[in-house]
Ligand binder design. Structure first.
Ligand SMILES: Cc1cc2nc3c(=O)[nH]c(=O)nc-3n(C[C@H](O)[C@H](O)[C@H](O)COP(=O)(O)OP(=O)(O)OC[C@H]3O[C@@H](n4cnc5c(N)ncnc54)[C@H](O)[C@@H]3O)c2cc1C
Length: 367
C-alpha cells in the first residue's frame, strides 16, 4: 500500500520541525520522517546556551529550544511524526521509500522537503581506526543523551565552536581535556568559549595537527606536530600526549545523498562546506516540488536552519494553493530574518557561498 501525504519532511531537526510547523499553519497536511528515536536533531544534545537572534531563541539552551519546537509540533493536528523512520530513497515516479521500525513503507508526497542535516568530517592519519577515536558529535551524544562518560583523558582536534563547546562539556562531565589541537594559526570559534576552557588550564595549540595515534588494542596516545605556513609538518616538532580518547571536531558536511539520488543539480561550494543542491529563492531544488533547508543546504547554525525551514515549509504549502497572501508575507519575513542573521563579518562566508550557489543556479537555468 502506498501512503499519500501533501508534504513530506525528511528529518526532524530544527529545519524540519520549523518547515512542518510553517506548512501546517497555512493549512497543509505534513508527515515528518525522522530516523532517530526522538525528533530534535542536533538540538537534543546541546546543553549550552545558543547565540544568534532573539527571534530564533538566542540565550536558550539548544535542548530547551528542541523541546519547545517538539511541543508545538505535537499540538498541531495537521502534522504527524514517524520516528525510527529512515528515508532510503526518492524515486523518479515520486515515491519515497522508508524503513520504519523494521517495516518498509512507500510514501507518495505531493511536495518533499529534505532537512537531513550534516555528517561529521574525519581526518586521515596513521592509527585513525583505533577504538577511542570519535567525532565530536558522537561524544556529545554519549554524554548528553546517553549519560555515558566517554573518556578519562581526551585530546580534542579543532578549535571551532563545536571543538570548544564539546571540550567544555567534557570537563563538566569530569573528563580531563589534555589539549585542544588546531591546525589553523588562530582559534576559529567564539573567544567566549575559548576563554572558558583556557581559564580552566586547557592549552589550545594553534598551528598543530595530529601526526599519528598509537595504542595496542585501543588508543593510548597521540603524536602532534607543528605546521609551517604551507600547512606542512615541521620535522622535529613532534610531541606525544597520552590519552584514551581523541575527539575530532574538524567540521561538518551536508548530508545530501537523497538530493543526489533524486536527481537534483548539485555543486561543490567550499563556503557551504561541501556538495549542496542548487536552490532558488524559495529553497526549491532543480527537481520541481523538492525543497531543501538547514545544514543539508550548507553548514550554518540552528538559527538559520529554523528560518530556512520556515521558508521551505511555507513555499511548499503555497505551491499547493494554501493561503497565498499569508504565505508570501511569511516568506518575506523569513528572507528578512535570514538577511539579518547573515549580516556582518560572521556571515561573510555564508554570503559568499550563497552567491556562488545562485550564480551556478543561473548557469543551470541558462543551459
Ligand atoms: C556541538 C554543536 C554545537 C552547536 N552550537 C550551536 C549554537 O550555539 N547555535 C546555533 O545556532 N547552532 C549550533 N549548532 C549547529 C546546529 O545544531 C545545526 O546547525 C542545526 O542543528 C542544523 O539543523 P538541521 O535541522 O538542518 O539538521 P539536524 O539538526 O542535524 O537535523 C537533521 C535530522 O535529520 C535526520 N535524518 C538524517 N537523515 C535522515 C533520513 N535519511 N531519514 C530520516 N531522518 C534523517 C537526523 O536524524 C536529524 O534528526 C551546533 C552544532 C553542534 C554539533
Amino acid at each position: 500500500m502506498i501512503r499519500e501525504t501533501e508534504i513530506l519532511v525528511i528529518g526532524g531537526g530544527p529545519a524540519g520541525l520549523c518547515a512542518a510547523k510553517a506548512a501546517a499553519s497555512l493549512g497543509a497536511h505534513v508527515l515528518i520522517c525522522e530516523r532517530d528515536y526522538v525528533p530534535g536533531g542536533q538540538l537534543v544534545k546541546q546543553t549550552h546556551k545558543f547565540f544568534g537572534s532573539e527571534k530564533q531563541y538566542a540565550g536558550e539552551r539548544g535542548i530547551q529550544i528542541g523541546k519547545t519546537l517538539i511541543d508545538e509540533i505535537t499540538a498541531e493536528p495537521k502534522i504527524e511524526i514517524l520516528t525510527e523512520a529512515t528515508v532510503l530513497g526518492i524515486y523518479e515516479d515520486g515515491i519515497v521509500t522508508v524503513l520504519h521500525q523494521n517495516q518498509h513503507l512507500k510514501i507518495r508526497p505531493q511536495k518533499t522537503i529534505v532537512t537531513t542535516g550534516a555528517a561529521e568530517k574525519f581526518l586521515a592519519f596513521p592509527g585513525n581506526d583505533l577504538p577511542g577515536i570519535y567525532g565530536a558529535g558522537a561524544v556529545q551524544t554519549l554524554m548528553n543523551v546517553a549519560g555515558v562518560k566517554p573518556a578519562e583523558r581526551v585530546v580534542m582536534v579543532g578549535a571551532g565552536n563545536i571543538g570548544l563547546i564539546v571540550s567544555y562539556q567534557l570537563m563538566q562531565a569530569g573528563v580531563q581535556v589534555a589539549a585542544v589541537v588546531e591546525a589553523a594559526p588562530k582559534i576559529g570559534g567564539y573567544l567566549v568559549h575559548a576563554s572558558k576552557i583556557r581559564r580552566a588550564g586547557v592549552p589550545i595549540r594553534t598551528g598543530y595537527t595530529i601526526k599519528e595515534a598509537y595504542g595496542t588494542d585501543c588508543l593510548e596516545g597521540v603524536v602532534i606536530c607543528k605546521l609551517d605556513e604551507k600547512w606542512q609538518m615541521i620535522p622535529g616538532t613532534e610531541e606525544t600526549i597520552p590519552c584514551d580518547t581523541l575527539c575530532l571536531a574538524v567540521g561538518l558536511t551536508p548530508l545530501a545523498e537523497l538530493c543526489w539520488q533524486a536527481g537534483c543539480q548539485m555543486a561543490f561550494i567550499r563556503e557551504l562546506s561541501g556538495h549542496v543542491p542548487l536552490l532558488d529563492e524559495n529553497l526549491e531544488t532543480t527537481v520541481p516540488g523538492l525543497y531543501a533547508a538547514g545544514d543539508v543546504a550548507g553548514i550554518e547554525e540552528a538559527s538559520a536552519a529554523m528560518v530556512e525551514g520556515r521558508l521551505a515549509g511555507c513555499s511548499a504549502a503555497a505551491s499547493l494553493g494554501y493561503s497565498p497572501r499569508e504565505a508570501e508575507a511569511m516568506r518575506q519575513a523569513a528572507r528578512q530574518d535570514l538577511e539579518e542573521l547573515r549580516s556582518g563579518p560572521t556571515g561573510a562566508k555564508i554570503r559568499a557561498g550563497l552567491e556562488k550557489m545562485y550564480r551556478k543556479k543561473g548557469e543551470v537555468k541558462a543551459c
